[in-house]
Design a protein around this ligand. Sequence first.
Ligand SMILES: [Zn+2]
Length: 335
Amino acid sequence: MTQITATVDFEREGKQIGWLRVPDSVTRSAYGTIPIPIAVIRNGPGPQLMLSAGNHGDEYEGQVVLTRLIQRLQPEQIRGGLIILPALNLPAVLAATRVSPLDDGNLNRVFPGDPNGGPTWKIADYIENVLLPKVGVVADFHGGGASLDYRPHVSTHFGADASAEHKQRSLDIVRSMGVPHVMVFERRNKVVGLPDAAIRQGVISIGGEFGGMGSLARTGVQLVEQAVDRLLASLGIMGERPADQPEPRTLHVFGPAAYVYAPEPGLFESATELGDRVQIGDLCGHVLFPENPAREPIPVCFEGAGEVVCKRHPARVQAGDCVAHLAAPFIGTKP
Ligand SMILES: [Zn+2]
């Protein structure tokens, strides 16, 4: 059983802004709690949606858009219910880090969590076992983080054994969000992310990466704003679906060969830009050794074919750092 208590009533009509109190008994504060911000907005029967950001603390577009959404939305504008969490892993959000400074927990890698574990594990358990069973759709907004730069995309995730109807509905929703690039993830062996928790709970999972480099770009914020508005319209919660819906390109990350890793520590000089199309064996970049100028740079090549959708941001690399990854057109769901 969870030890987290909520100051909001999930069944009450209207708008409430409150906290999830995560117990955190430490020397500085024996009966201390971590107050995770949460808003609940309800207006009668209808679709139920959870919106979240700050799963990783150094990804900002969703944090901004959901904070504004909480301020601007009034219950009479919507139909159904919204649960909005703009700073899901609050300790990481406040520290501007990917993982929590309290327990080193990466929230998107610890599901299904543990009600008696560290704060990050407690939050994951609460999301999976208390929040997700209350909704039909969850959208968790990411932004690359300090170490990566993404070409913005919105994504959906479903289990390989999901029903054809669930897959089609997930695709229809994610393709209605007005983001030019859509990524589809058919999860086979992963179990530890928020999308996997959603899959276990039968909830439609929407995600996406809208920037990176630990920065906050206006274009990324606008894209998330538009995506949230269209998601609300698409689900029938608020607003009309725009008639001029652009047709997005749908891609997927096709497996381990989509990823490129640094072979040695050094400086990585990329040979590509986001959006470049590459073939197997094409040059991804070089690792250089300014500390030993007589040493030749090491070429690093792509092992797959596709479009460069993500690049590492900091130039200094360790062996094993991911320096880029690819995606390829998504043909359709496999039987
Ligand atoms: Zn993230």
